[in-house]
Write a protein that binds this ligand. Structure first.
Ligand code: VGL
Ligand code: ZN
Length: 213
């Protein structure tokens, strides 16, 4: 028998980066990224607490290949905090690509956490920027509100969901990834690496059907 979960008062659904640029037709389209929207809408109705994240880069962000002469998307460069994959331009502040998908039910969200707004630091995780030191404030928000168990869904499984789940775990929250409510980019073995990390940390991946009404 597979385990089922009933969302409780101290649980939060963290919905990662459901933005136009991560869906088909967008600047950094995640294959079939749009398919998670109805799954997430149905999940959100089951949670008392929903938090959304929004990738929110200034124009000319360091993570954009277009900011580096001679570089192309998916090249890797060394920056102050280590290796950084370069991406196509995406989620530029205030542009339609950075907006939430129209079909995402955003009204129930208690808070929207923007990340990646420092020009020189990328931020995959909803908790820490990619230097792994600069906090976004989310851990404090969740703690102050007594939220202890974080269910994660969204885009992309192998980047922003992965790092958010790792950091949630590191910050002492229980992290559970709802896998069919995620889609992956899959560059350089990133999906396999994500599964390895989740396994070693004991972060569970469950299907949306495991979340009871
Ligand atoms: C993401 C790459 C760059 C994500 C954001 O949401 O997974 N990936 N920026
Ligand atoms: Zn980004």
């Amino acid at each position: 028998m597979s385990e089922t979960f009933t969302a409780r008062e101290h649980d939060v659904l963290l919905v990662v980066d459901i933005q136009n640029d991560f869906c088909p037709g967008g600047g950094l389209a995640v294959p079939r990224g749009d398919e998670v929207v109805p799954v997430i809408n149905a999940l959100a109705a089951k949670f008392a607490h929903v938090v959304l994240t929004q990738d929110w880069h200034p124009r000319g962000h360091q993570s954009f290949a277009s900011s580096h002469a001679g570089k192309k998307p998916y090249d890797t460069i060394e920056v102050a905090y280590g290796p950084q994959i370069l991406w196509p331009d995406h989620c530029v502040q205030g542009t339609p690509g950075a907006a939430f998908r129209d079909d995402l039910h955003v009204a129930r969200a208690e808070m929207v956490l923007r990340k990646g707004y420092h020009r020189e630091i990328d931020s995959y995780s909803a908790f820490y920027e990619n230097d792994r030191k600069t906090p976004t404030g989310l851990a404090g928000y969740l703690r102050e509100r007594g939220l202890t168990r974080v269910f994660l869904a969204g885009l992309a499984f192998d980047f922003c969901v992965r790092y958010s789940a790792e950091d949630a775990h590191r910050e002492g929250f229980e992290a559970i990834v709802i896998e069919d409510a995620c889609r992956s980019i899959d560059v350089g073995g990133s999906v396999a690496a994500t599964r390895d990390v989740f396994r070693s940390l004991g972060i569970r991946c469950v299907p949306a059907s495991a979340i009871a009404a």
